[in-house]
Design a protein around this ligand. Structure first.
Ligand code: F6P
Length: 324
């Protein structure tokens, strides 16, 4: 039987198990045997694989985390590490590989695919940050966004009760997708994301206007990747400007990476996992499957990279109106 190996790499994201489930079911349907690689590229390099059958993926679709475990591999970044991975694949007679990863992992996959052309590789985009080019959404973003939204709703309750200002820092290493979405969905009075280079004088004036004229609580969402240097710096700035001592900071952190995936993420992960195997079965190689305008498409792995949110005029206007 032909073999397909599947691995999860980089930071975990809700929906990975739903994707593994789809890969395994589709591969078995097309008569492949499936091997799960443990611990991402680290497990590929050391040959830690396990056979995956239908019974291994029953009832995992709703689980957070990844049954295969994951890692951020330093070794795979160097040529020698990638050679060891190739040797393991050859030894185990595997020439089809599916990598569920973020932009860093997929970049590694692209280099690997150029070095060893006899392995057919398909990438599947996952990251809560949603900052992978070639796909409208990556697995995990919708769940992380919903987690952040429900946390901010709770913070608004306590902020209102105490007439307080809350600075809430959400994840997004270099991108503002989670922050922008959370801010819009919670009616925040300010959103700081790396992509807008927000004018702080404007922001502070806006907060002051809101504080004095309209509201007894304020919520400001800050992306961890914003150039302001995170929630603590912003809190200092606001304290200096408004003279308000009733400021609290909440850094949501890794809770955004866990939990049961939303229906959207489960469906996205299922479609991407299914199509990754379908394309592989049809002979495609060295591409990433992506979701664009309601369709599952492929783009060459070499073209996959990090993307920033592009806020057009309409999106900026929306932001201005909804936070004013
Ligand atoms: O890329 C996903 C992400 O959660 C980022 O939002 C965050 O900056 C980073 O990973 C945290 O990484 P780690 O889990 O290694 O602390």
């Amino acid at each position: 039987k032909r073999k397909i190996a599947v691995l999860t790499s980089g930071g975990d994201a809700p929906g990975l198990n739903a994707c593994i489930n789809a890969v395994v079911r589709t591969a078995i349907y097309y008569n492949y045997s499936v091997l799960g690689v443990r611990d991402g590229y680290e497990g590929l390099i050391t040959g830690r694989v396990m056979k995956l059958d239908l019974t291994d993926v029953n009832d995992i679709i709703h689980l957070g985390g990844t049954i295969l475990k994951t890692s951020r591999s330093e070794q795979f970044k160097i040529k020698e590490g990638r050679f060891l991975a190739y040797e393991q694949l050859k030894q185990k007679d595997i020439d089809h590989l599916i990598v569920i990863g973020g932009d860093g992992s997929l970049k590694g996959t692209s280099i690997f695919s150029k070095e060893y052309n006899d392995i057919s590789i398909i990438g599947i985009p996952k990251t809560i940050d949603n900052d992978i080019s070639g796909t409208d959404y990556s697995i995990g973003y919708d769940t992380a966004l919903n987690t952040a939204v429900s946390a901010v709703d709770k913070l608004r309750d306590t902020a209102e009760s105490h007439n307080r200002i809350f600075i809430v820092e959400v994840m997004g290493r270099d991108a503002g997708y989670i922050a922008y979405g959370t801010g819009l969905a919670t009616g925040a009075e300010g959103i700081l994301i790396p992509e807008t280079h927000m004018d702080h004088v404007y922001l502070l004036d806006n907060l002051r206007r809101n504080w004095h004229e309209k509201r007894s609580s304020l919520i400001l969402i800050v992306a961890e990747g914003d150039e302001t240097g995170g929630a603590r710096r912003v809190a200092e700035e606001i304290t200096n400007y408004l003279g308000n001592k009733e400021i609290r900071i909440s850094i949501l952190g890794h809770i955004q990476r866990g939990g049961s995936p939303t229906a959207f993420d489960r469906i996205l992960a299922t479609q991407l996992g299914n199509m990754a195997v379908t394309f592989l079965n049809k002979g495609a190689k060295n591409v990433m499957v992506g979701f664009q305008r309601q369709e599952i498409i492929t783009i060459p792995l070499k073209d996959v990279g990090r993307r920033s949110m592009s806020l057009n005029e309409k999106a900026l206007k929306l932001l201005e109106i909804m936070t004013s």
